[in-house]
Write a protein that binds this ligand. Structure first.
Ligand SMILES: Nc1ncnc2c1ncn2[C@@H]1O[C@H](COP(=O)(O)OP(=O)(O)OP(=O)(O)O)[C@@H](O)[C@H]1O
Ligand SMILES: [Mg+2]
Length: 412
């Protein structure tokens, strides 16, 4: 995997308030990276630093090995999709998507300046000849020579103007063909072929979101920055769009940096999740890493539902909580170190009283569509358990689990 972006010790303060504290992060080509964390943790600020909309107070941002801090936003190979799509309401779908290509006219500008150079040169020549001619008598033979030369040059000037008119026509035609090809390519990618002529205010939220994405992709940026782009959509559409966004990312081969505070979104789409809290990176890893091996209590509680408890590492592979010692897979802690322990609700089992190490009483049962969410009250705490087996409230039960389901973490 090739490294595309490298953040080194990126720090940002607004006045007294430090909102990013020394962020170090690598982002690879073609990667779907999600910045995940609670409101106010600095996700948008970090995204805007990458996009060039704000400067860090300290640190470096490299893109393709080059420091880009002096490169202004519009010259960076990045493009942004915001939460409010900011579409142009007076343009249809086609023109909204084509917009980015229309404002870029490098060939036209080149042609225009070439034409200008040629014409200025000719006009100067003609003027010089006219000045020379004015010094002569009309009966001089040189006078008539000059007369012929001036006429020739003027004819040439007309010819040039005509040629350029033709060139501009061809350029315009090619450009339109090129725009059409690209607009259709990206409308296809976001599933909006057939909507070209539709006014954007007559689209659903999800369709508007897709127009915004096509519009951002058409300039073929190396990196697409997305700041909670699905926040305005309802749950069902949001879930659909998660899969579509992932497909779009894979098919376009562009690096996506996606900001969200929704852990489900992050787990569904990302190759790499960056969990942030209070201006700091807590953990970087694949969705599986983050879910199965949370590095601390914050990550564990932020990703997925969890039972979080405090315990003591009595020895390598031996952890104690609520007064009972349990075997575990963890080692390397100091003797009697206080640790955090996470147990996922789906890893706990409700068994017959006496068949598991923890006794309790069924406190509540909620049907969640696929499983039951059952709270079991024990003398020390309430455990949340996900199971497909129904239990009735008030029943005396025990809880069991495997030693690999105890995730022991250093306290932060
Ligand atoms: N221009 C600004 N001036 C002063 N403070 C700012 C500015 N922009 C952001 N902040 C502060 O910086 C902190 C981080 O803001 P940021 O927008 O990066 O958070 P976020 O993680 O994107 O949160 P959310 O999920 O709510 O969008 C917040 O406390 C915010 O109030
Ligand atoms: Mg934000």
């Amino acid at each position: 995997m090739n490294k595309l972006i490298e953040l080194k010790n990126v720090t940002k303060a607004f006045g007294e308030q430090v909102v990013l504290r020394g962020i170090d992060l690598d982002i690879n080509e073609n990667e779907f990276v999600t910045l995940l964390g609670p409101s106010g943790c600095g996700k948008t600020t970090l995204l805007r630093i990458i996009g060039g909309f704000i400067e860090p107070s300290d640190g470096e941002v490299f893109l393709g090995g080059k420091n880009i801090l002096n490169v202004p936003a519009h010259k960076r190979p990045t493009n942004t999709v915001f939460q409010s799509y900011a579409l142009f309401p007076h343009l249809d779908v086609y023109e909204n998507v084509a917009f980015g290509l229309r404002i870029k006219k490098p060939e036209r500008a080149q042609l225009k300046s070439r034409k200008k150079v040629e014409l200025v040169e000719l006009t100067e020549k003609i003027e010089l000849k006219k000045i020379e001619q004015a010094k002569l008598n009309s009966s001089d033979s040189q006078f008539t020579d000059l007369e012929t030369q001036i006429k020739e040059l003027e004819a040439k000037k007309k010819e040039i103007i005509k040629t350029y008119r033709q060139r501009f026509r061809v350029l315009r035609k090619n450009r339109e063909d090129n725009i059409h090809q690209k607009v259709m390519k990206y409308l296809k990618l976001v599933g909006l072929v057939g909507f070209e002529k539709r006014n954007v205010d007559k689209l659903s939220g999800g369709q508007q979101q897709r127009v915004a994405i096509a519009r951002a992709l058409i300039n073929e940026p190396k990196v697409l920055l997305l700041d909670e782009p699905l926040a305005a959509l309802d749950l069902k559409l949001r879930q659909e769009m998660q899969y579509e966004l992932k497909d779009i990312q894979i098919n376009s081969g562009i690096t996506f940096i996606y900001v969200t505070h929704d852990q489900e979104e992050a787990l569904t789409m990302s190759d790499k999740i960056v969990v942030m809290n209070d201006g700091e990176i807590q953990q970087v890893g694949t969705p599986e890493d983050i879910y199965n091996e949370p590095i601390n209590k914050f990550v564990a509680s932020f990703i997925g539902d969890s039972n979080l408890l405090e315990g003591i590492m009595k020895d390598d592979f031996l952890v104690s909580f609520d007064g009972v010692d349990y075997e575990c897979l963890d080692s390397g802690f100091s003797k009697n170190e206080v640790v955090d322990i996470v147990i996922r609700p789906e890893d706990l089992d409700i068994v017959e009283r006496g068949k598991g190490p923890i006794n309790g009483v069924i406190d509540s049962v909620i049907f969640k569509g696929v499983h039951f969410e059952i709270d079991v009250k024990t003398p020390h705490r309430i455990y949340t358990i996900h199971t497909t087996d129904y239990e009735h409230e008030g029943k005396e039960v025990s809880i069991s689990f495997f030693k690999e389901d105890l995730h022991v973490m250093e306290k932060w």
